[in-house]
Design a protein around this ligand. Structure first.
Ligand SMILES: Cc1cc2nc3c(=O)[nH]c(=O)nc-3n(C[C@H](O)[C@H](O)[C@H](O)COP(=O)(O)OP(=O)(O)OC[C@H]3O[C@@H](n4cnc5c(N)ncnc54)[C@H](O)[C@@H]3O)c2cc1C
Length: 412
């Protein structure tokens, strides 16, 4: 019977990160992956969507570059090349992870594994004896009852990656990160895009002012949306919404959340990442893996949320709706007040800081580079750096970070 220090179920960000960190400590590790190393993040999530999103942004920029004094002929899009490029990126990154695992001497078993007890895993008719198990079995797209995926008209976020050509129109159900990013991709490519959201506002997990601003931005980008709306019925590709609107999209993308994958629940086994149904983000899975293997803790309440595209949306910490009135102060710096925004022609958005007792407690950004700017503030919050201390920092000019610096002076 093969024996290991650590057995890991799942080769996604949670699983491969745990494997690499454990191997670095000299542990003998076996990793089971039934599908593809890299998990959802690399094969069907973060990386493929960001690759296609980036291409869609270039396409959109080229089509709208006349104000920069650039004229082009017809801009022709070959969607098969977009997918080819995406596949190459995924393959390259996958090879990188596989090589890192190989160099770390992690044994990879390419098959479905079953946890038998807290020290035994079965796979490929073999039983593996391990001292510890980490289960990072991930999640799958959630189906809507009554409107299950048929993989032709009603698609999941997995199916949408297999499209060979762009549709003329799409209905996206759900305006979380996945729905919003795909709405941006399709609208950048000129596809008639409609989003429906059950909650009161788009991006229901965001700060309320971020949601409202994104609704304004969607309008300027011709992305149609209905909030507090669901699907009433679908007949022959004709969709009746709960608000009685009738639409006839070429396809529907259901982006209404993700369901944790089935995994044996056994005492003594550590579950991390999407399979817990907690925060379903790649960096959260990775940090949980590192915490489990190295005991380096992390502040879960400061897990960054990012929605990519133009402009980026990023936040961490408290949202305004989480705070009791009159217990906090607020600072909003419009991106249009920054020189860099005008140079880039990206003036829509803001940097919103929430503070309590002289320290920042929440940060909500709609701006280019929001994902990176956010980290500066997270470092400050996590290390209890006061607003007064932050004012002593020299921020470079012209940058979007200056919006943070300017915002500090709005607090009394
Ligand atoms: C469209 C989309 C875009 C996304 N964009 C982002 C983003 O920009 N940033 C971000 O942080 N997150 C993003 N995510 C979420 C991110 O992909 C997940 O949070 C992350 O992949 C979770 O990692 P994980 O290791 O927990 O699970 P997964 O990545 O789901 O990996 C689990 C792995 O376990 C394997 N497995 C399951 N059961 C077994 C078994 N019994 N035996 C062997 N193998 C098994 C599966 O095949 C899978 O490969 C996105 C997700 C989607 C769908």
């Amino acid at each position: 019977m093969p024996e290991f220090d650590l057995g890991i179920i799942g080769g996604g960000p949670g699983g491969y990160t745990a494997a690499l960190f454990a191997a670095k400590q000299g542990k003998k590790v076996v990793l089971f992956e039934k599908d593809s190393i890299g998990g959802v993040c690399l094969n069907k999530g973060c990386i493929p969507t960001k690759s296609i999103l980036h291409t869609s942004e270039i396409y959109n920029k080229i089509k709208n570059c006349s104000e920069h004094g650039i004229s082009t002929g017809d801009v022709v899009l070959d969607y098969s090349k977009v997918i080819e490029r995406k596949n190459l990126i995924v393959q390259k990154l996958k090879k990188g992870i596989e090589l890192a695992l190989k160099n770390a001497k992690v044994q990879i078993v390419n098959s479905e594994a079953k946890i038998l007890s807290k020290t035994e895993i079965s796979a490929d008719n073999e039983i593996y004896k391990v001292k510890q198990i980490i289960c990072a079995a991930g999640s799958s797209p959630k189906e809507l009852r009554g409107f299950e995926f048929d993989h032709k008209f009603i698609l999941s976020s997995d199916d949408i990656l297999t499209l060979e050509r762009l549709p003329e129109s799409i209905l996206i159900i759900g305006s979380g990160a996945i729905g919003t990013e795909w709405a941006r991709i399709f609208s950048n490519f000129g596809v008639q895009t409609t989003v429906i959201e059950l909650a009161l506002h788009l991006l229901p997990l965001a700060d309320i002012e971020v949601s409202k601003r994104i609704e304004r931005i969607f309008k300027t980008k011709n992305i149609k949306f209905y909030t507090q709306t669901s699907i009433e019925k679908i007949e022959n590709k004709t969709v009746t919404l709960s608000n009685k609107e009738i639409i006839t999209p070429d396809i529907i993308l259901v982006a209404a959340g993700r369901t944790p994958n089935k995994a044996e629940k056994i005492d003594g086994v550590k579950y991390i990442g999407d399979v817990t149904g907690e925060i379903q983000l790649a960096h959260f899975a990775m940090k949980e893996a590192i915490e489990e293997v190295t005991n380096i803790p992390f502040n879960k309440e400061l897990t960054p949320s990012v929605i990519y595209g133009t402009p980026e949306i990023a936040w961490a910490g408290k949202r305004e709706q989480d705070l009791e009135p009159e217990t906090y102060q607020k600072s909003i710096t419009l991106i249009s007040s920054l020189g860099k925004a005008h140079c880039d022609g990206e003036t829509d958005g803001f940097i919103k800081l929430l503070s309590r007792n002289g320290q920042i407690t929440g940060v909500h950004i709609i701006a280019p580079e929001a994902s990176s700017i956010l980290m500066q503030v997270i470092i400050a919050i996590q290390n209890n750096i006061s607003i007064e201390k932050l004012k002593e920092i020299c921020f470079a000019h012209p940058t979007y970070s200056e919006g943070i610096f300017d915002g500090l002076f709005n607090f009394k």
